[in-house]
Design a protein around this ligand. Structure first.
Ligand SMILES: [Zn+2]
Length: 80
């Protein structure tokens, strides 16, 4: 049995189709690609901060720390 390349490509594309996810940070519905599970970069960063800082800080402090981190250039992207 043989698969020609176009058939193989079609099967791979079908397997890679986007799936609906609920962002664990803000509960927004978003389309997740691959391992992505947040609605966007902002929530991914916020979640990262919460994972690393939640033991020491309140949520409000996390927000402030995230903002300071972004202001410091940590985000590596243009502000909106
Ligand atoms: Zn979100």
């Amino acid at each position: 049995m043989t698969l020609d390349t176009s058939e193989l490509a079609r099967q791979l594309a079908a397997r890679r189709k986007p799936k609906q996810v609920i962002c664990p940070v803000c509960s927004t519905e978003a389309v997740g690609l691959g391992r992505r599970k947040y609605c966007g970069d902002r929530c991914a960063k916020l979640a990262w901060w919460r994972r690393h800082r939640s033991k020491a800080s309140e949520a409000a402090m996390d927000e402030a720390a995230l903002q300071a981190w972004e202001n410091d250039g940590g985000a590596g992207e243009a502000n909106r």
